[in-house]
Design a protein around this ligand. Sequence first.
Ligand code: SF4
Ligand code: SF4
Length: 374
Amino acid sequence: MSVDLTKMPKLGFGLMRLPTKDGEVDLDRVSAMADAYIKAGLNYFDTAYVYHGGKSEVCAREVIVKRYPRESFFLADKLPAWSIKCSEDRDRIFSEQLERAGVEYFDFYLLHSLEDGYNYEVYEKYGCFEWAVQKRDEGKIRHFGFSFHGTPELLEKVLDKHPEVEFVQIQLNYLDWDNPTVQSGRLYEILRSRNIPIIVMEPVKGGTLADLTPENAALLRKAAPEASEASWALRFAASLDGVMTVLSGMSTEEQMQDNLGTFTDFKPLSEEEKAVVESVRAAMLSVESVGCTACRYCTDGCPMNIPIPDIFKAENSVRVYKDAWRAKNFYNKVTENAGKASDCIGCGQCEGVCPQHLEIIELLKGAAERFEKD
Ligand code: SF4
Ligand code: SF4
């Protein structure tokens, strides 16, 4: 059962960084955003068991499932390796997901964050590939794939072993194309060589490519004065052959409107525009920033309650923007009621789950040096 690419919208609404109010997902705001998205003729929603601590799936139910006919939209959900301790957990989690989302089936279902080591071992150990195919045969899943944060070698191995996989979701953006810890370019080429449809995640690299330095932003503005920085990053990903859908984890109405503008009468990047993107990429790579995408997978299990991605944001503010004063203020604010970088006890939990394979412990030592000295 292959995915019909002609039916897929180029922009997917990622439900992982939703607007919140008093600690809860703001359903009114998400409803308005979803309405605008659907009105623009788009219909792919991406959630996961872990997004917003399970409330993203509930949000999908309230905002989309209850308000739109089931066949009018695609809903994607994901199985988390780190919550599976026995074979029964697969069905327990799946039933919970169907109930939370209020659906009888998922259009797309993914093994979440497949990567070298623990996650992949769990998916194999508990027969999750075969289990998902069974779910597909039962009609509970329409299409089966995985999101991937591993090496090109692992991707080849998994695809050789599991030809039943219909699509793969990878991190892809213009900055990470040759990044040795991500290797977007190599992953993309492998999938293209096998003609496997690609879903793109992190096209704006957790907001990094929508928040350029004034110099880099000026390069883009000179080429297209009205276009947003995010629109360049999204167009880069969506212009690539074989890309089925580009996910954007939109948090505000403004982001939604900007993205809808980009994808209404979508225009792939021209050769001249690709050269502009390349010049921005080269300028960014001349500065060494921490490649944190703010996914926050590391924070839940940190025994010292250290706001790791926020600290890296402060670190990058210094590295990329050279704005030490603002970065220090930001650091003080985010660590005011939480752990500081120097509180790290080196337990390694965070490094074990970081999809970007960052050396978090060392980076925190550097941040402690930088921000905690008077
Ligand atoms: S190594 Fe440090 S930052 Fe990472 S989980 Fe342990 S205490 Fe937290
Ligand atoms: S340090 Fe790694 S796991 Fe933590 S938020 Fe950043 S990218 Fe995600």
